[in-house]
Design a protein around this ligand. Structure first.
Ligand code: ATP
Length: 682
């Protein structure tokens, strides 16, 4: 394909002395490029030679370190970009995809409607309402091509549009391109690995090692190198470059580069502002469609807090039941059967008192199991058949009666034999302590009742300490009452984090975010639109969790609903901002999962969710309160269990902590975006 001389003088794009490096890797090394108006420019080169980097510089996604790009395309809407990957939202239909990109480019609804009809006809696409996910690979590529054409741009940049397509489809794309260049005077840059297909271009540029080895018409190139095809010409040029290459030259080039980068190149596209209402609305509506179509994700987002809270309340904090205690009663000749005929009330000092105490122990927690001797009882504990062993001596009741009747004059023998011996399995701290408390409180009840029935003041049998009604909390607080506020705070932190990472990383990895940014959307618009949807979701999640925790189940709530829900929303926003940070730092779902799970366990253990911070190691205690969930958990406890208001330091510190973490996460996200030159995934 030959270039008409009439168009050769008019340049749609020129690049002079372009340098770009990533770390120590200098990708573009003083590249020059000239692109006449109304031509197709086939950019060829081996993988990794810098083609995509060059295109990214042209579309304004990254800036050159040195050099200058001059183009007639002054606005983003003057450029149409088709990335290597399909980079489309699979849950949007064809017309919704066109509507979204059309709005980003500032088109009106009627313009988009007309163009949609034209493009569907031109590229032989299925019905406009078909979802992208239901299209074949080839159809998806054509939709992606159509997105680059939707706003009828003057400069088209197509990064390997024909990769993986069957020859017929590739040919039809080339035919469209030729029509666009000749009829519409469009200028097109197309990269491809299929060197021979570039014969159809007006000019081919052979790129290698960050420079253009040549820039000629395909015929001229083959004539100059006396070859039959482009592939041979490219090979010859590559050999020449390879033999001319020497280390010293390259070093000089790098020195030259460093000299040049002192003067940064200016952006060649006009800035269209950080925030445009129409782009924000397009993004918001697209997000809404994305959520609405992803029914499974919606069910997960709202079902997870519901299921988590329900399971948490059903599984945690309830006292264990039916715990077996082995009992050996030496004073009963016929075992516990004898107890059936023994009175359980009245002054029964003449009867075996072991029966009366054991009767008191018949709670939901304790199940008494009788054993004949001490060794059998101990074996039951060793073999995990019982949590402890109670042993009543042969003279237990007579000794206890003497102890009660003669108090200070009771014999040493009576004091020793009235003692109840207990061996506990304390390997499980919670069960061991609970059984201990039940055995002791059961004994206190038994003794007080016996003394009272015998005409003694019942208080004489108990420790002279009285626990009045608690100022905060209940007489018998459960572990769940301690953990619930922290659990709800941690859930509210991690649920938005999961959603944010899930959505943004998907868009980033699929190259969709990159594509939208080339179309003009800004990071601020992406973040704001996501935050609006996230805000609605987290309000629903917060309400659901509060309903389950405090209405369906009985976690104590004596606080102010307004401040409690505000704290949870703030905590959700903090989780969302952490999600932004993870999304920009990670390039893969694996890295993001490691970061999410890796922070979950330290946060849970150090934020006072499972154990009071007062009991932590001094070092951890000094930093544990700084964590994003620590002070908000304390504030939640203060609000819900103590009813303190926003004026109390424990409450307002929680709000301040969440707000500061939001600022810190946002700041770090900004820094990473700057350091990584945008939201690109590798
Ligand atoms: N964001 C980045 N950070 C660091 N290095 C990068 C980045 N993007 C590209 N590179 C490196 O720059 C070099 C050129 O990459 P580029 O994607 O431009 O090559 P390419 O010619 O388009 O390759 P392909 O044909 O396989 O797409 C490669 O060595 C790549 O690893």
């Amino acid at each position: 394909m030959e270039l008409e001389t009439s168009t050769a003088n008019e340049y749609a794009l020129t690049i002079r002395g372009a340098y770009k490096r990533y770390g120590n890797n200098i990708v573009l090394k003083g590249l020059n490029m000239t692109l006449p108006q109304g031509t197709i420019y086939g950019l060829l080169g081996p993988s990794g030679c810098g083609k995509t980097t060059l295109l990214n510089c042209i579309v304004g996604r990254i800036e050159l370190d040195a050099g200058q790009i001059t183009t007639k395309a002054k606005h983003r809407a003057d450029i149409g970009y088709m990335p290597q990957d399909v980079a489309l939202y699979s849950v949007l239909s064809i017309e919704e995809t066109f509507l979204y990109y059309g709005r980003l480019f500032g088109m009106t609804y009627s313009q988009i409607e007309n163009r949609t009809e034209q493009l569907i006809k031109l590229l032989e696409l299925p019905a406009a309402k078909t979802l992208v996910e239901n299209l074949s690979g080839g159809q998806q590529r054509r939709v992606s091509f159509a997105v680059a054409l939707i706003h009828d741009p003057q400069l088209l940049i197509l990064d390997e549009p024909t990769v993986g397509l069957d020859p017929l489809l590739s040919q039809s794309i080339w035919e469209h391109l030729l029509k666009l260049a000749s009829n519409g005077k469009k200028t097109i840059i197309i990269t491809t690995h299929y060197i021979e297909e570039a014969r159809q271009a007006h000019i081919v540029g052979l790129m290698r090692g960050g420079v253009l080895l040549c820039e000629e018409t395909p015929t001229q190139l083959m004539i100059t190198h006396n070859c039959d095809n482009l592939e041979q010409a490219f090979l010859q040029l590559s050999h020449k470059q390879h033999s001319a290459f020497n280390e010293e030259d390259d070093q000089n080039e790098i020195a030259n580069y460093i000299e040049l980068t002192k003067e940064k190149s200016k952006p060649h596209l006009n800035s269209e502002g950080w925030f445009l209402w129409s782009r924000f609305m397009a993004q918001l509506i697209k997000n809404w469609f994305f959520m609405w179509r992803n029914k499974a994700m919606m069910i997960f987002l709202l079902g997870l807090p519901l299921v988590q809270c329900t399971f948490y309340n059903l599984a945690i904090g309830h006292d264990p039941e039916g715990l077996k205690i082995a009992v050996v009663v030496d004073e009963l000749t016929n075992g516990l059967n004898e107890c059936l005929s023994i009175p359980k009330t009245g002054c029964t000092l003449d009867y075996p008192l072991s029966c009366r105490y054991l009767d008191k122990l018949k709670t939901r927690t304790i199940k008494v199991v009788e054993y004949e001797g001490l060794s059998e009882g101990r074996n039951a504990v060793y073999s995990n058949k019982a949590w402890g062993l109670l042993h009543f001596n042969l003279n237990y009741s007579t000794s206890l009666a003497e102890r009660i009747n003669f108090t200070s004059e009771a014999s040493d023998f009576a004091l020793e034999w009235s003692q109840l011996n207990v061996w506990m399995d304390m390997s499980n701290q919670y069960i061991g302590n609970m059984l201990k408390e039940d055995l002791l409180s059961g004994y206190a009840g038994f003794l007080e009742e016996l003394l009272s029935d015998c005409g003694w003041p019942p208080q004489s049998g108990s420790i002279p300490v009285r626990f009045e009604e608690p100022i905060y909390g209940t007489r018998h607080p459960s572990f769940i009452h301690f953990a619930s506020p922290a659990v709800i705070v941690v859930f509210m932190f991690y649920l938005p984090l999961m959603f944010t990472v899930g959505v943004l990383l998907y868009e980033k990895m699929a190259g969709i975010l990159e594509r939208c940014m080339v179309a003009g959307i800004t990071i601020l618009e992406v973040v704001t639109a996501h935050s609006v949807i996230q805000f609605v979701v987290l309000c629903l999640q917060g309400l659901l969790m509060m309903f389950i925790m405090y209405q369906v189940f009985d976690s104590p709530f004596v606080g102010n609903f307004f401040w409690t829900s505000n704290l949870l929303i703030l905590q959700g926003l903090s989780g969302m901002c952490f999600g932004f940070l993870i999304s920009v730092v990670s390039d893969t779902m694996n890295t993001a999962s490691f970061m999410g799970i890796g922070t979950f366990f330290p946060l849970c253990s150090m934020s006072g969710m499972l154990w009071p911070q007062e009991g932590m190691h001094t070092l951890l205690k000094s930093i544990g309160w700084l964590l994003p969930t620590s002070l908000p958990s304390e504030a939640m406890r203060a609000l819900t269990a103590r009813g303190w208001g926003i004026n109390h330091p424990a409450v307002y510190k929680g709000f301040i902590s969440s707000a500061l973490w939001i600022i810190l996460f946002s700041f770090m996200t900004r820094l990473v975006i700057k350091a990584k030159n945008g939201l690109r995934s590798k």
